[in-house]
Ligand binder design. Structure first.
Ligand SMILES: C[S@@+](CC[C@H](N)C(=O)[O-])C[C@H]1O[C@@H](n2cnc3c(N)ncnc32)[C@H](O)[C@@H]1O
Length: 261
């Protein structure tokens, strides 16, 4: 945290309101240090020393507004995270029909590629739409280059089959092979304001609703359920659930739901 950056209560409330309206993310007073750290980083990059100067900039410059929103999102993810959901699908689904899958808060793509390599290894036919509100995360997903320590949970056989090892200055990195990359398409999609143009057999919306309040969670679940085909599967993060929300899905496993046929 930058010791020189101080936010007045009013500035905190104003910035939190902007973030809430744009993404649904709640930046309560408990998140003061997080907001200051991420704001300070953007202020340093732009060479701006006052918070009010930076606030003027984001209201005048849509590109910097995007950068600010990007900076306040939490993008932590890794390969094979909460893999029980994918294992369940592989055990349960028939391989006869092609699957349309949506990774609806994909961050830098690890979730989508983890699902892709397992479905490929199991012989499924599928496509994955990976979306996020953060442009920089979508760029990382499209590039598909990851530091070696991010793939520690990938089984060695899948690492050999679906990942290329980097060389020379890239020796500590891996890249997803083209045959996997071509199954995954990335696009910007704001869960709060964009309307899905397609319907899906499976939707993963994991580890994002923890940042939303109940009202936003309900709104997002309503939209996503409309984009789910009858009989389709819906997964949230293992520390999340749809408890307290109105929906017509059936619980099939922890944080896993199915829409009625
Ligand atoms: C912690 S990551 C989760 C990544 C992955 N799903 C996982 O479980 O590992 C949360 C992601 O949600 C994205 N996000 C936050 N608000 C969003 C919104 N309104 N619409 C779309 N994505 C959003 C963030 O940019 C971030 O990349």
């Amino acid at each position: 945290m930058n010791a020189e950056t101080r936010l007045s209560r009013e500035q905190h409330q104003k910035l939190a309101k902007i973030v809430y309206q744009e993404t649904g993310i709640v930046l309560s007073e408990k998140k003061y240090s997080l907001l200051v750290a991420r704001l300070s980083k953007r202020m340093r990059i732009k060479g701006i020393s006052s918070v009010s100067g930076y606030m003027d900039l984001i209201s005048a410059d849509p590109d910097e507004f995007n950068e600010f929103i990007d900076a306040v999102t939490t993008n932590h993810t890794f390969f094979f995270r909460e893999n029980k959901h994918c294992e369940y699908l592989i055990r349960t689904l028939e391989k006869t029909k092609p699957l349309k899958i949506w990774s609806a808060a994909s961050s830098s793509g690890e979730e989508a590629y983890s699902i892709a390599v397992q479905l490929m290894a199991a012989g499924f036919s599928f496509s994955i739409f990976a979306s996020d509100v953060s442009d920089s995360m979508l760029d990382l997903g499209r590039r598909a280059v990851y530091p070696g320590d991010r793939v520690k949970q990938v089984p060695p056989s899948m690492l050999r089959t679906y990942f290329q090892k980097g060389q020379d200055q890239w020796k500590d990195y891996v890249r997803i092979k083209p045959e996997v990359r071509q199954r995954v398409s990335f696009a910007k999609f704001n869960l709060l304001s964009d309307t899905p143009q397609d319907t899906f057999d499976i939707i993963f919306c994991r580890n994002v609703m923890i940042y939303f309040d109940a009202q936003t969670r309900q709104r997002v679940v309503d939209r996503l359920c409309r984009a789910l085909k009858p009989g389709g599967y819906f997964f949230v993060g293992l520390s999340e659930s749809l408890n307290g929300l109105v929906h017509s899905l059936t619980t099939i496993l922890p944080s896993g739901y199915q829409k009625k046929e």
